[in-house]
Design a protein around this ligand. Structure first.
Ligand SMILES: NC(=O)C1=CN([C@@H]2O[C@H](COP(=O)(O)OP(=O)(O)OC[C@H]3O[C@@H](n4cnc5c(N)ncnc54)[C@H](OP(=O)(O)O)[C@@H]3O)[C@@H](O)[C@H]2O)[C@@H](O)CC1
Ligand SMILES: [K+]
Length: 266
């Protein structure tokens, strides 16, 4: 294992710099490339022939936005994606509209259960259980580098359930989890914290974006020590960094081949 990492603090600063006037990217551009690299990593790991029904669980921030983009690309790649999006962001209305146009179901605030004064999402475990049962794989686009434990509602209940159901279902059939940028719930700089074990997911695939975070080192280390090590994969995506920019931030550009948007780190 040899890859350089970037701390949570620097990942936030790097992100800002990419969108500064001196570098010139917009959030839409970065998210499109990030989401595309996630979809490509899913395809390389679990093609639609064997894992057609993908459940994308999207969080309220940009990690969730990557998930919405990935869902559209997955549809174009031949999957049947469904998006579970408990706390939609007003910034991503356009992405939601695109998903509607592509006929991708989005499970979001449950209108008949909304508290009309607070517009609160009320977690219904039967809805999530059914989605998990029907899916062939889960894309974890809940939280990325701005996550700070402990998890708050409703995501604590959601994560707990994904973990429990997946452990049950795994006994019958491998239902992989593909995590976007970080396994949700893990501390960005330390990895999974034992005190939060009830909702620490352990994904089969991690797609680090721009550069792996320190938690990715833990992911690889734990994978190496687990019985499932042969099935665990770590990709780098988000192909928008120039060599000079990477040098400045002491990260690796990634040895992408040809038109690839994602490269496996070994
Ligand atoms: N340059 C790149 O690499 C690019 C990176 N990109 C992607 O952006 C991701 C980072 O996105 P991000 O900064 O929006 O943060 P993210 O992790 O989605 O979470 C923020 C949300 O989580 C919430 N929240 C936090 N803690 C919580 C808790 N304990 N329990 C509950 N909620 C909690 C927080 O709520 P708040 O604390 O503000 O109330 C806020 O709503 C990055 O990982 C990558 O995937 C690409 O899109 C573009 C290029
Ligand atoms: K994630």
């Amino acid at each position: 294992m040899s890859f350089r990492t970037i701390s949570s603090k620097n990942a936030i600063l790097l992100d800002k710099e990419l969108m500064s006037t001196s570098v010139g990217f917009s959030l839409d551009q970065l998210m499109e490339l990030a989401g595309l690299s996630v979809a490509e990593s899913v395809y390389k790991s679990y093609p639609p022939k064997t894992h057609k029904k993908m459940l994308i669980i999207a969080g309220p921030g940009n990690n969730g936005g990557d998930g919405l983009v990935a869902a559209r690309h997955l549809k174009l790649f031949g999957y049947e994606p469904t998006v579970y999006y408990p706390k939609p962001s007003s910034s991503f209305k356009g992405l939601e509209t695109q998903l509607h146009r592509f006929g991708i179901p989005i499970i979001t605030m449950n209108t008949d259960k909304i508290d009309p004064t607070k517009q609160k999402f009320i977690f219904d475990e039967n809805v999530l259980r059914k989605l998990l049962e029907e899916s062939d794989g889960i894309v974890d686009a809940i939280f990325g580098f701005s996550f700070r434990p402990p998890l708050r509602a409703p995501f604590d209940q959601i994560l707990k359930m994904v973990k429990q159901e997946n452990e049950q279902l795994l006994k019958k059939k491998l239902k992989p989890i593909i995590s976007v940028d970080l396994p949700t719930g893990w501390d960005v700089d330390k990895g999974p914290l034992p005190e939060y074990d009830e909702w620490n997911l352990f994904p089969q695939v991690l797609v680090s974006l721009t550069a792996p975070k320190p938690a990715a080192v833990e992911f690889v280390r734990l994978a190496h020590n687990s019985a499932a090590k042969g099935r665990i994969r770590h990709f780098l995506g988000g192909r928008f960094v120039s060599p000079a920019f990477a040098d400045r931030w002491k990260i690796d550009v990634g040895r992408y081949v040809g038109t690839e948007q994602t490269v496996e780190l070994k």
